[in-house]
Design a protein around this ligand. Structure first.
Ligand SMILES: O=C(CO)COP(=O)(O)O
Length: 137
């Protein structure tokens, strides 16, 4: 499965904690991240992670483009609900595409834990069916 990991600055410690705790599960999947989040995760863990641009420089949009091509299976995006972001329109656009394509999304640690356990139990298998169907068209 392809998983996007994104965290706003004040939520990066949460993301590091999450990626460290679930490294054994995450390492079985293809990981993508916005620039700084990806760098921090790579520094803190042994995870191999494809890094896009930093969020404010277009990273959210790059991940959005993958979603638009049905190439992303799960998004874990620890947003900071208390700080204004200069690229808020990009954040909104990414979250909109997640809903357009019914991609499982966690915006906080509580939901991320549930998603990652579901992923490990193989509960995202339906994504392969969606992708196979897309390929048929
Ligand atoms: O701003 C972000 C998502 O909107 C995250 O970007 P960085 O991972 O580059 O800090």
């Amino acid at each position: 499965m392809k998983i996007a990991l994104i965290a706003h600055d004040k939520k990066k410690p949460d993301m590091i904690q999450f990626a460290t705790a679930y490294e054994p599960i995450l390492k079985k999947h293809e990981l993508y991240a916005t620039g700084t989040t990806g760098l921090r995760i790579a520094e803190a863990t042994g995870l191999n992670i494809h890094r896009y641009q930093s969020g404010p420089l277009g990273g959210d949009q790059e991940i959005g483009a993958m979603i638009a091509q049905n190439q992303m299976d799960m998004v874990i995006f620890f947003r900071d609900p208390l700080t204004a972001q200069p690229h808020e329109p990009d954040v909104t656009a990414l979250l909109r595409l997640v809903d357009v394509y019914s991609i499982p999304l966690a915006t906080n640690m509580g939901t991320a834990e549930i998603l990652i356990h579901g992923l490990d139990r193989g509960e995202l298998g339906w994504r392969n069916l969606v992708k196979e169907k897309e390929g048929d068209q």
